[in-house]
Design a protein around this ligand. Structure first.
Ligand code: 5AD
Ligand code: SF4
Length: 475
């Protein structure tokens, strides 16, 4: 009997932000706990989970395209007559002895936003798991194990945090501490897809952090749509500064966090970042626009002067810190003058890096119905100008590091070429480095993931810096 036994396998395809990555990891834990195995290919997995993102139309279109492919895959796996077989060779081989159905699950923001239309128009999806229905995963896994038909999900409950999102064996992990958003920026789908802000119990966060430390994790990333708004709606009286301090006290090598909202960034948090050696010297603070008129239309509750004040404070308090941001180009009504103000603010803040986006109208948001949408060609020309300015700034930020030595946390072998490793500094700069023979003889390709070392920086590139390892700093 054991000869015929095949461990069941799952496959994940995750789009979007860190929150999604963390939530996929949490669901993955459920599969692992039930003895399932990870499959690198959807074509031969028993369950495929697609964790989706709605933030821009391009993200949704890409996922809809993938769903087309998955519908073909399901047909092949069920040996349906007339199934299209292009790019499904592995699945064809897999079903040569007969049908082996695949259970397809769609979760994440699109699942929440398009729940009804997915259920109606995409009948090949077995489960559409909205934001509030994630705790049904255990039941779903049982149903697949027992060969039962898909059942209806009840999504009327409140959001629940997973108890542990960590991937076993990794050195770095995410810890969601808050979820959702109350801000209703007029362009953004998140408050609709993720619901209102909820902060996780302080005690539960601390006990998860302690468990992770015991398990040997070196780095944690505290996560939330507005991570620094933690606790503001709770009666516990704890704030983001308390969580950050607790994580630092527990003694991880590195504590990171994402994303911060300018309106709730306290001086206390900046001071803590400056004072603690194990808190990253990196602040990601979305500016969105440099024009006060546009910020108002976006419903962002700060002026550009207030934003720059925080940027200057961070620069003066946090030594060699790196400041990164998100910027939207072509928001409805954006004039050349508004855009010039964005360029000016970018120069003043001197961002080390920026995620820049072309405005994408999201159905149901306020801005989607604003009259004066900016023509595509103007948006794309402005976008190119912003990108060029930001690339110059990013290069300068990298160049400023040349000749100095930094402690880095090693992430693994680099794509940059043989014998090169990749790592990050405490300021979140990406470093590619080589290791001299007297430290690690050639051919001894050791597993260095999660090790700490001191790297001397020798050369700047547009998006990374190159260096040589001087020594390991964790022995
Ligand atoms: N169009 C373009 N960019 C957007 N973002 C959010 N919504 C939109 C949209 N409709 C960007 C914001 C946000 C980041 C995660 O995505 O800059 O900070
Ligand atoms: Fe979206 Fe604004 Fe909330 Fe960020 S703060 S998730 S941009 S609504």
């Amino acid at each position: 009997m054991y000869n015929n036994f095949k461990m069941k396998s799952y496959f994940f395809e995750t789009y979007g932000c860190e929150m999604n990555i963390a939530e996929s990891a949490a669901v993955e834990q459920l599969f692992i706990a039930r003895g399932w195995q990870r499959s690198e290919s959807a074509q031969t997995a028993d369950v495929a989970v697609i964790n989706t993102c709605s933030i821009r139309e391009t993200a949704e279109n890409r996922i809809l395209g993938r769903l087309g492919w998955f519908s073909g895959l399901k047909a092949v796996r069920e040996c349906k007559l007339g199934a299209k077989t292009k790019m499904l060779e592995e699945a064809l081989e897999y079903v040569k002895d007969g049908p082996k159905p695949l259970t397809l699950i769609v979760m994440g923001c699109m699942a929440e936003r398009l729940l009804k239309s997915f259920q109606k128009d995409y009948p090949f999806i077995d489960y559409v798991v909205g934001t509030y229905a994630k705790h049904h995963f255990s039941e779903i896994i049982s149903a697949v194990e027992e060969g039962r038909k898909p059942f209806e999900l009840d999504d009327s409950e409140k959001y629940r945090f997973a108890s542990l999102s960590a991937e076993p064996g990794a050195f770095s992990t995410f810890v969601p501490i808050m979820h959702g958003c109350n801000n209703f920026c007029t362009y953004c789908i998140v408050p609709y897809a993720r619901g209102r802000e909820r902060s996780r119990d302080f005690g539960k966060i601390v006990s998860e952090l302690e468990t992770l430390k015991e398990q040997g994790y070196k780095e944690v990333m505290l996560l939330g749509q507005n991570v620094n708004s933690y606790g503001l709606n709770n009666e516990e009286g704890k704030t983001f500064k308390d969580v950050l301090e607790a994580a630092s006290d527990i003694g991880f090598n590195r504590v990171r966090f994402m994303s911060s909202h300018p309106k709730d960034l306290s001086d206390e948090v900046i001071d803590l970042m400056a004072d603690r050696d194990n808190i990253e010297k990196h602040l990601h603070l979305a500016m969105q626009s440099g024009s006060n008129r546009i910020l108002k239309l976006m419903n962002r509750p700060y002026t550009i002067e207030q934003f720059l004040d925080i940027a200057y404070k961070f620069r003066s308090r946090v030594k060699e810190g790196s400041l990164t941001t998100d910027i939207i180009v072509g928001f409805p009504g954006e004039t050349e003058e508004d855009f010039e103000q964005t360029l000016d603010a970018v120069r003043k803040a001197g961002f080390d890096a920026a995620f820049t986006f072309q405005y994408s109208p999201r159905p149901g948001t306020k801005a989607a119905s604003f009259d004066d949408q900016v023509p595509k060609d103007i948006v794309s020309a402005r976008f190119d100008r912003l990108l060029k300015l930001q690339n110059d700034l990013a290069y300068k930020s990298n160049e400023a590091r040349v000749g100095r030595s930094y402690e880095v946390l090693i992430e693994g072998i680099s794509k940059a070429g043989a014998g090169t490793y990749t790592a990050r500094t405490l300021s979140n700069h990406l470093v590619n480095f080589t290791i001299p023979e007297d430290i690690l003889p050639k051919g001894c390709l050791e597993d260095l993931e999660g090790r700490l070392g001191i790297v001397k920086i020798e050369r700047a590139r547009p998006y990374s810096i190159d260096g040589v390892l001087e020594r390991f700093s964790d022995v």
